[in-house]
Design a protein around this ligand. Structure first.
Ligand SMILES: C[S@@+](CC[C@H](N)C(=O)[O-])C[C@H]1O[C@@H](n2cnc3c(N)ncnc32)[C@H](O)[C@@H]1O
Length: 321
């Protein structure tokens, strides 16, 4: 085994440990959220547009999509949703704990016969038969050798005329305009009392707010499940322009961008807001904000700052000589 292989194996072990730890802590994360993803009622509102798109795409292509592999399936929510719609769904994930949860949830929902879950490294695994659709919801960016990994999965897991449906982070951090707006709010004499800036910095270390987190804190956070995972950390910076990557390598049938202001704004205002009244008002206003984001993000000048992107793709057809 080469040094590189050993390093790779260690990274995978850390990655699996990280996601096992997250699964262990999932209840306490919900109990003290700092992030909209851990507040189910808000998460539902914020991700509704992308779930609607996912379901519409699956419905439109239902004659062509009968089976799928979900890369890094986590607790299996996507497989559960697709299995219920008659698609045989295979989820694979490094975290044994997440796979145990996925299996339990499938049993609870009576859909075990329509899905299967495998604990392990997707790169070391082969399906019995290639599938019609490859999906990843927030998992591809946890593969450090992303391009190699994706090529491997497309070659080995997907039928030649299959589809890919990926939802991945599109931009790290917030758009400068959003960061400036939040900073202004945090300094505003009326809003300041409601904005827990210290906590905000503690959990996010947002350099955009001009106060860097103390170095000691960053080091202590190494295995903090609120952080980016060990392998995910390697991804950001190097491969961030996923949109360009996908458009270069595949035929993009549809692409959509999500969250310009709604998700960062929610973290800044809702979670860190001390006033219950303001939190309540934010919740009421959120559907409008999501709607506004969705409209804004049709414009390419905002797309580069969208927090998440969705790409529905297939292989490029060979061009005639
Ligand atoms: C951000 S989570 C997303 C989970 C899920 N798709 C969701 O939407 O909740 C990324 C997942 O990718 C998994 N993962 C990372 N590298 C992997 C690998 N090489 N093989 C299988 N799963 C992997 C992790 O264990 C983790 O559960």
């Amino acid at each position: 085994m080469t040094d590189q292989d050993r390093e790779q194996q260690e990274l995978l072990q850390k990655e699996a440990q990280f996601w096992d730890l997250q699964e262990d802590k999932i209840d306490s994360l919900y109990a003290r959220p700092h992030d909209w993803r851990f507040i189910p009622k808000l998460a539902e509102i914020i991700i509704r547009p992308r779930v609607n798109t996912l379901l519409r795409l699956l419905k439109t292509h239902k004659d062509r999509i009968k089976s799928l592999v979900d890369i890094g399936c986590g607790n299996g929510w996507l497989c559960h949703a697709t299995a219920k719609r008659g698609i045989y769904s295979i989820g694979i994930d490094l975290s044994e704990k997440k796979i145990a949860t996925a299996k339990r949830m499938a049993r609870e929902q009576g859909i075990e016969h329509m899905c299967e879950f495998v604990a392990g490294d997707v790169m070391q695994w082969r399906p019995k038969e290639k599938v019609d659709l490859l999906t990843s919801h927030g998992s591809l960016h946890h593969f450090p050798a992303f391009a190699v990994a994706l090529d491997h999965m497309v070659q080995n897991h997907m039928k030649p005329d299959g589809f890919m449906l990926f939802v991945e982070p599109n931009h790290e951090g917030m758009a400068p305009a959003v960061a400036q707006f939040l900073l202004k709010c945090a300094k505003n004499k009326w809003l300041k009392p409601h904005f827990d800036l210290d906590f905000y910095l503690e959990v996010t270390g947002q350099p955009a707010l001009e106060v860097p987190p103390p170095a000691a804190h960053a080091a202590a956070n190494e295995m903090n499940v609120r952080n980016e995972s060990p392998a995910g950390k390697e991804f950001f910076g190097e491969h961030l322009d996923l949109d360009l990557f996908f458009r270069t390598h595949f035929e993009v049938i549809e692409r959509h961008f999500y969250h310009y202001f709604s998700s960062h704004g929610t973290n800044a205002f809702y979670v860190f807001m001390k006033s219950r009244v303001l939190r309540f008002l934010w919740r009421l206003a959120l559907p409008c904000m999501v709607w506004r984001d969705t409209r804004l993000l049709r414009d390419p000048k905002y797309q580069q700052y969208a927090e998440d992107g969705l790409w529905f793709m297939r292989r490029k057809l060979p061009t005639a000589p």
